[in-house]
Ligand binder design. Structure first.
Ligand code: IPE
Ligand code: IPE
Ligand code: MG
Length: 226
């Protein structure tokens, strides 16, 4: 079965560059090519939602030049990829604590989101300045203020309109969630690979989908009930 929603923690760009004796930012640039390839493959494979963890709240603590470089890269990618979104019928969404992003970047994000809001193919969600705890905290505040009933909490999360991920992929050999979709991953299947993000392309993505297809999801029931 093809997962309806795939989430990816795109990790290992810095190490990829360092292994080549280059600056870390070089790895981030190469990583954008993996993003393009994976979006195209997601469309081809019939994935409906692709979530990409691009920059965490904790990543703001990185050296200033790396943060500046990454923000520049986001702005550049957004501009370059807009025609590709239209061509592939991709709806582009950004989720995260956008109050920490520059006015200019926020404007570019809004333009890209508005421009693609009517597209009906893949929904591509880029998580920028995001953390799972931030999301739960902001949802809790609004949930309490609204006096909403039990069972409705998830409708206050930033991902309210998006189904929970079926498959979470993390590259680069790390086996942790690093504050990504904490609430949403309650029943998500995890796939860890040693491949560094800039090397994660079509074949690697296909392997992850094949692995997912071999799993039995039980959601608390017994295997006999499935
Ligand atoms: C992932 O690659 C991209 C971001 C977190 C922005 P890293 O930059 O974390 O690369 P490594 O983990 O240091 O190799
Ligand atoms: C997770 O990668 C965040 C993104 C991929 C955007 P990190 O490299 O920041 O995670 P840790 O610090 O190794 O847990
Ligand atoms: Mg990392």
């Amino acid at each position: 079965m093809i997962p309806k929603h795939v989430a990816i923690i795109m990790d290992g760009n810095g190490r990829w560059a360092r292994m080549r004796g280059k600056e870390r930012i070089y790895g981030h640039y190469e990583g954008t090519e993996s993003v393009r390839v994976c979006c195209e493959f997601a469309v081809e494979a019939g994935v409906e939602y692709l979530s990409l963890f691009a920059f965490s709240e904790e990543n703001w603590a990185r050296p200033e030049d790396e943060v500046t470089g990454l923000m520049h890269l986001m702005a550049r990618s957004m501009l370059n990829e807009r025609p590709t979104f239209q061509k592939n019928n991709i709806r582009f969404v950004v989720i995260g604590n956008r109050s920490r992003l520059s006015e200019e970047l926020n404007r570019d994000i809004d333009t890209a989101m508005e421009e693609t809001s009517g597209n009906t193919g893949l929904t591509l969600i880029v998580f920028l300045s995001y953390s799972g705890r931030w999301d739960i905290e902001q949802a809790a505040g609004r949930f309490a203020a609204a006096g909403a009933p039990e069972g409705k909490f998830s409708t206050f999360l930033a991902t309210a309109d998006i189904p929970d991920p079926d498959l979470l992929i993390r590259t680069s050999g790390e086996k942790r969630i690093s504050n990504f979709l904490l609430w949403q991953c309650a029943y998500t299947e995890f796939y860890f690979t040693n491949t560094l993000w800039p090397d994660f392309r079509k074949n690697e993505f296909r392997q992850a989908l094949d692995d997912f297809a071999s799993r039995q999801r039980r959601f608390g029931k017994t295997g006999d009930q499935i």
